[in-house]
Ligand binder design. Sequence first.
Ligand SMILES: Cc1cc2nc3c(=O)[nH]c(=O)nc-3n(C[C@H](O)[C@H](O)[C@H](O)COP(=O)(O)OP(=O)(O)OC[C@H]3O[C@@H](n4cnc5c(N)ncnc54)[C@H](O)[C@@H]3O)c2cc1C
Length: 421
Amino acid sequence: MSQTRPVSLPPCRALVVGAGLTGCLAALALARAGWVVVVVDPLQRDTLLSRRRAYALSQSSLALLQQLGLAAALASHLWGFDQLTLQANRGRSQARIHHSDLPPDTPPAIGWIAEHRPVMTTLLGHLDQSPAVTLKLGLLDGGPSSPGGAGGAEDHAWDLVVAADGHGSRTRQTMGVHCWGWRYDQSCITVQVTLQGGDSTRAWEVFRDEGPLAVLPMGQGRAQVVWSMSRRRAVTLTAMDPGGFSRALAAVLPKGVELMAVCSTPQAFPVGLQLAQRFQRDNVLLLGEAAHCCHPLGGQGLNLCWRDVGCLHVLACRVGKGQRSINWLLHRYGRQRWLDTVATLLVTDGLLRLFTPGRWTPVRWLLAPLQRFSLAVLDRWGPLRSLVLQAMVYGWGNHQRCSVPQSYASRLSQATPVGRR
Ligand SMILES: Cc1cc2nc3c(=O)[nH]c(=O)nc-3n(C[C@H](O)[C@H](O)[C@H](O)COP(=O)(O)OP(=O)(O)OC[C@H]3O[C@@H](n4cnc5c(N)ncnc54)[C@H](O)[C@@H]3O)c2cc1C
């Protein structure tokens, strides 16, 4: 995994701006490729760890964790799901996708639910232990104009600046890179709950008139709910007393799934689609949400960010070994990340418009038969399920498949009793 740069050449130096999940993983990927890395973030460690959220990690994310030597450390924090049910038309149309729709040699799950804290703790722990990485957390301004930050005169001290400072990226603004995109008239509420009924390894994506609702199993009856709705309703719901919120949530859960308790404070986030008009300028690369973000529908957000990191890792290894130049990396990265990013954003947006047309009522009448038809075809036609599932879990383009060692695969199987379709 670690690459050795010829002793005659000094190691490449990178500044990573932002210590979110993308920035931390990018720093580790660069360090594993033999680079010397400094990571800056204005937030303190406790704040970075405190986000109450869970992510649906896909096969592409697991493959990268495996490649960077992190999969074993995270295995006990991942809860696999091997079934995914898509539902629309108030439960009348549905498509069931199963792990067996993937090629036979894949690890035994469609995806894995991971809570923010253990993932972040593991990444920060590995960064602390890496002699090639310096973490500078809690700087009042770790951003573009600060000493050592991206965009200032000090840029030249770095071979590469990786901007992973989130969707409002100051680095991107300082570079003068504009974005395409729009805000949806929707917010998304995330909350952790305990449930009764349903299958402990089944995830749900329910397309409701007001927006999609995802139920992601986390083991022992716990689940993360990601519930989209109009911004106004999200404000009303998050202001409700716990009893009122529980009743509202219980009413929208899939049939057969019963709410036992709400375990965290519901939090609402505005959602939108955003794509930077370019991913690179001078020696600065945009990574993760600094380059793109999409609706949480389908749980693609973090996986897309980590596929950026996977691409950076492969390119940085070649530069680290002295086989290629930094310029080659910068241009190659931009070219390699377009297809996957644009396709993922367009598909996510298309699905949202197909299944949640919102207030555009005449279109809704036209779309209802299309929704029924598409789910029925998906449910009945295996090759289509396989195609859709592979795009969801590996992304678009040439991505490395996951080959987990036997010990890890058996640990995942214990966490993921493979159910029947
Ligand atoms: C409601 C919701 C639910 C979601 N659910 C899922 C899911 O189920 N699965 C999934 O894959 N994804 C999901 N996502 C998306 C996922 O959370 C994001 O894709 C991911 O957090 C992006 O990580 P990031 O590191 O790129 O950005 P961020 O997490 O925003 O991190 C950016 C970091 O940069 C730092 N920073 C900011 N400015 C500066 C500066 N000037 N200098 C230095 N540092 C700076 C910030 O402090 C922060 O630490 C969801 C998103 C939302 C809103």
